[in-house]
Design a protein around this ligand. Structure first.
Ligand code: COA
Ligand code: AMP
Length: 619
């Protein structure tokens, strides 16, 4: 079947108010438009359709929160009621089609309700992960210019309660753009103080709200903006459209994950990340699955059997998480003793993504779970997987270290530095021939030029993924490393550039570099090296502590920035480029060669000594 036939068939499988007569408008590359004259609604396809087709009593959402000891569920009928009333509340706050709404919430079902309510009235949501600090939220407020903010009084981490409300207030204070109102979910764990005239209490306002119906929107109408890390402190606002998202995500549920309507599907991630958008909220609901929202961790809530308890309790058929979650479980329960307490016979497959899946984790998970463990590769930009072992089409042999082959719709290639096709096995830039399939990003919010420049200019005709790797003789793709300054910490994508911007703001810092070094549990961790201004006499340890606090305060705890040292100089090439790769190799204890272009080889010894003091390599 050709790609066009495939997408035509997949499009026939969703609800349209007006079916598209044109499959793809390719008149203005790289701005391809799928289903350009179709009219649909994502909320209708996620919720209303199931009620209309007689599945109103089926469970749509299960909320399981070990951190608050709460369990709750919603049928599709109940979800429809919640969503249509919350949509009515948004309307009453002046939100209309095309307006933006920022959602800054923990893993509670109300976050999902708010997202679907936006889609219902054609408003564009932008969910910001709760682990980001006020400053990051403010940057997103200024870029998206939301009419309304939706938030909660607090989030609950195993070790502490995170008061979201003061973070939200501070973000609004910092931002130039001021949202009209804030709808606040008061959580019993810790309530927040409402600002009179601006803040609206979720519970009482929803109780008074009139339900509203779905607004038919053009297929290319933005469903959401999701900010992701680029190479600078200015995040990229990935925009995804409505029609492409519904078609691709619904298709992927059956063809990639092989789950059927009515089954329980669990993506153990967070609504603040792309995995949460695609596979906690939209994909499973488009497919009529029961989705699971889990407010907890793989370990410590209360023990490394947490995932197995959830799988047994709700008869989860497919689990999707990041390899780091399994490394965390394996570290605490290497022999899988907790597994023996639970019946996991219902589980059919484990899917892993978000970072490279190391073969050790793959082997351990396969041995313990006795189900196929499927590594798949994707990005915020693509919204769903580029390479995977598509269980609903044909299960391919599993090759450790590879997310298998390109998924239908993606023409993945490897290009060398000259932009030519690399031979099989040769490492180069992983690129995707245009057009990208439906459901991938259509632009960057407020940044059309950056969209073209960052992704489509280096290799004309191709989308540059920012990952390097190779394809073997059997068409298996191996994703090896990023080609930019993006690092991956516990499956979270972070920009070292943005951390450098924060460190450079410290009054005593003359110059700095942040590199991603290997970590056995989180995959990578950021490490900062600071060169101080001449004449600074304060103890370096004091400055390091301030620098660490500054990153936590400006970017957020999610940056996990805890390793930092003061050095006299940074190693550079003669043209002034900081030799980050060499420092990374030394920190990781890998073989390295003195770069021929280095300005002053003696600096390397100084760096080595500073890293040793931090306990690196082998930390
Ligand atoms: N709100 C506020 N703070 C948050 C947060 C949230 N939603 N999520 C994380 N944080 C904080 C944590 O409390 C932690 O703070 P600390 O420095 O005070 O301890 C910090 O951000 C780092 O969090 P995290 O990366 O989650 O590390 P962790 O040590 O708490 O847990 C894992 C490590 C591996 C257990 C966890 O990252 C995990 O379960 N990851 C796998 C699943 C996943 O989320 N993948 C994402 C993409 S699929
Ligand atoms: P994000 O946009 O946060 O989903 O991060 C996307 C990046 O995570 C990719 O560009 C890769 O660098 C990395 N990544 C995601 N999945 C995989 C995988 N299965 N194997 C290797 N790297 C991955």
């Amino acid at each position: 079947m050709s790609d066009n036939q495939l997408w035509q068939r997949a499009a026939d499988d969703i609800h349209w108010y007006q079916a598209p007569a044109t499959l793809l408008d390719d008149s203005n590359p790289p701005f391809y438009r799928w289903f350009p004259d179709g009219v649909t609604n994502a909320c209708f396809n996620a919720v209303d359709i199931h009620v209309a087709q007689g599945r109103g009593e089926q469970l749509a959402v299960i909320y399981d929160s070990p951190v608050t000891d709460t369990r709750r569920s919603y049928t599709f009928s109940q979800l429809l009621d919640e969503v249509s009333r919350f949509a009515g509340l948004l309307r009453s706050q002046g939100v209309e089609q095309g307006d933006r709404v920022i959602i800054y919430m923990p893993m509670v079902p109300e976050a999902l309700v708010a997202m679907l309510a936006c889609a219902r009235i054609g408003a564009i949501h932008s969910v910001v992960f709760g682990g980001f600090a006020s400053n990051e939220l403010a940057v997103r407020i200024d870029d998206a210019e939301p009419k309304v903010m939706v938030s909660a009084s607090c989030g609950v981490e195993p070790s502490r309660v995170v008061a979201y409300k003061p973070l939200l207030d501070e973000a609004i204070r910092l931002a130039r753009h001021k949202p009209g109102s804030c709808i606040i979910l008061q959580r019993p764990t810790q309530e927040g103080e409402l600002v009179e005239g601006r803040d609206v209490d979720w519970a009482s306002a929803v109780a008074a709200a009139e339900p509203v119906d779905c607004v038919p929107v053009n297929a290319n109408h933005p469903l959401y903006i999701l900010y992701t890390s680029g190479t600078t402190g200015q995040p990229k606002g990935v925009v995804r459209d409505t029609g492409g998202s519904i078609v691709s995500l619904k298709w992927s549920m059956k063809n990639i994950y092989n789950v059927n309507q009515g089954e329980v599907y669990w993506a153990a991630s967070d609504v603040g990340w792309v995995v949460g958008h695609s596979y906690i909220v939209y994909g499973p609901l488009f497919n009529g699955n029961t989705t699971l929202m889990y407010e907890g961790k793989p370990v410590g809530t209360p023990d490394p059997g947490a995932f197995w308890r959830v799988i047994e309790e709700y008869d989860v058929k497919v689990l999707f998480t990041a390899p780091t979650a399994f490394r965390a479980i394996k570290k605490e329960d290497p022999d899988g003793k907790y597994l023996e307490k639970y019946d996991l016979s219902g589980l059919r497959a484990l899917f892993l993504a978000g970072e490279r899946c190391d073969p050790n984790t793959l082997h351990w998970a396969t041995e313990k779970l006795q189900v196929p463990v499927i590594d798949h590769w994707w990005q915020t930009e693509t919204g769903w997987s580029i390479c995977a072992n598509c269980l609903g089409i044909e299960q391919l042999p599993i090759v450790p270290g590879s997310p298998a082959r390109a998924v239908p719709g993606y023409d993945v290639q490897v290009l060398n530095g000259d932009g030519e096709q690399a031979a099989a096995g040769e490492i180069g830039a992983l690129v995707i021939k245009q057009p990208l399939p439906p459901g991938t990003f259509t632009t960057l919010w407020n940044a059309q030029d950056r969209f073209v420049k960052a992704y489509f200019s280096k290799f004309p005709g191709y989308y540059e993924t920012g990952d390097a790797g190779y394809i073997d003789d059997d068409g298996y793709v191996f994703v090896m490393a990023r080609t930019d300054d993006v690092i991956n910490v516990a499956g979270h994508r972070l920009s070292t550039g943005s951390m450098e911007e924060v460190l450079a703001d410290h009054p005593d810092v003359a110059e700095c570099a942040v590199i991603g070094i290997a970590d056995a549990m989180k995959g990578q961790l950021p490490l900062g090296l600071l060169v101080l201004n001449a004449g600074v006499t304060r103890p370096p340890a004091e400055i390091v502590a301030e620098a660490i606090a500054q990153v936590r305060q400006r970017i957020g705890p999610v940056a996990a920035f805890k390793l930092c040292a003061v050095v006299d100089r940074l190693p550079k090439t003669r043209s002034g480029k900081i030799l980050r790769g060499t420092m990374r190799n030394i920190a990781d204890g890998e073989d390295w060669k003195m770069p021929a272009t280095i300005d002053d080889p003696a600096i390397i010894d100084e760096i080595g000594a500073a890293l040793k003091q931090l306990g690196l390599p082998g930390h």
